[in-house]
Design a protein around this ligand. Structure first.
Ligand code: 5RP
Length: 292
């Protein structure tokens, strides 16, 4: 292992220079993957735009019932026509999501803590690969706590899931966790996203921050951006616009869709930004036109 002292600061990210090993496949870093992996990644990243609108409603895995998600059976079917991927637990998927739908599935497979714990960083792999296959998952999502007390468990969980995913052709989505011990700086996100990518995931989920374009440039797999806490709709659309402009391959939004006054209309507005090149202002006008 290299000496930690006297390291030069990384700075030459060649932002704006396209990824060199793209080949003819729409997903960054996937050129050398198997047919099955590429097939599943194509269920996540639209082959025409190379981007994705993921809808996260896996909050119950540690928060229990959440505002806006009290009745998954009622809200999820209303949003399915407007999103590319459903990110959820297997409990939600089996009980509340009609199987006859065209959305991809990002299956949350790690868990182990709840809102009652101070430290959320201790998790296990809770869903085995056979159940991910039975559910026809397009990727498996693992929470990754770099720099937290549970870092070693996280890396172990991530490695187990990546190894099983490589055996059966199912991509892994590494979710960079934020928490009270982790800074929300570009320095932290550069470290965490690159570690998770080099562990071997096919997709990274992280948060927006300063110099986000450098984080994208340094990450050899696609980055999807978390929505985070509920913002006014105009601001959430600006978040989506900014990260897409800076190279994100999509968003993975939860509360900014399901806690909107008009969730289905908000999902459609986000879609305009991600897939159709709308600016945040155009998308907000579109949202307002729809709700009035
Ligand atoms: C937690 C997650 C959740 O899926 C995600 O954060 C929920 O989405 P949002 O923050 O947009 O409500 O990955 O790390």
């Amino acid at each position: 292992m290299a000496d930690k002292d006297g390291l030069k600061v990384a700075k030459d990210y060649h932002v704006g220079t396209p990824f060199a090993n793209q080949g003819d496949f729409q997903v960054k870093g996937a050129n050398g993957l198997s047919w099955g992996m590429k097939r599943r990644l194509s269920n996540i990243f639209d082959p025409k735009t190379g981007k994705t609108v993921m809808f996260a409603f896996d909050h119950g895995y540690f928060m229990g019932s959440t505002a806006g998600l009290e009745r998954l059976d009622l809200i999820i079917p209303t949003l399915m026509p407007y999103v590319d991927v459903l990110m959820c637990t297997r409990g939600a998927l089996r009980t509340c999501v009609p199987a006859a739908n065209k959305c991809g599935v990002a299956l949350r497979v790690s868990s182990g803590s709840s809102m009652l714990n101070d430290d959320l960083s201790h998790e296990v792999v809770a869903v085995d690969i056979e159940d991910a296959i039975r559910l026809d998952a397009d990727c498996m999502a693992v929470q990754t706590f770099i720099g937290a007390d549970g870092q070693l468990e996280s890396i172990d969980n991530l490695s187990q899931v990546i190894n099983a995913g490589m055996t059966y052709g199912i991509p892994t989505l590494g979710v960079v966790a934020v928490g009270k011990d982790m800074e929300r700086t570009d320095r932290y996100f550069k470290l965490a996203t690159r570690i998770v990518a080099e562990m071997g995931v096919q997709i990274v989920k992280t948060y927006n921050c300063e110099h986000f374009d450098e984080i994208v440039a340094a990450c050899p797999v696609p980055i999807v951006v978390a929505g985070g806490k509920k913002l006014p709709e105009a601001e959430a659309l600006t978040l989506a616009y900014d990260v897409i402009q800076n190279g994100a391959a999509g968003v993975d939004m939860g509360r900014n869709i399901f806690q909107s006054t008009h969730p289905a209309e908000m999902a459609q507005a986000v879609r305009k930004v991600v897939h159709e090149g709308y600016t945040d202002k155009e998308a907000f006008e579109y949202f307002q036109d729809m709700i009035h």
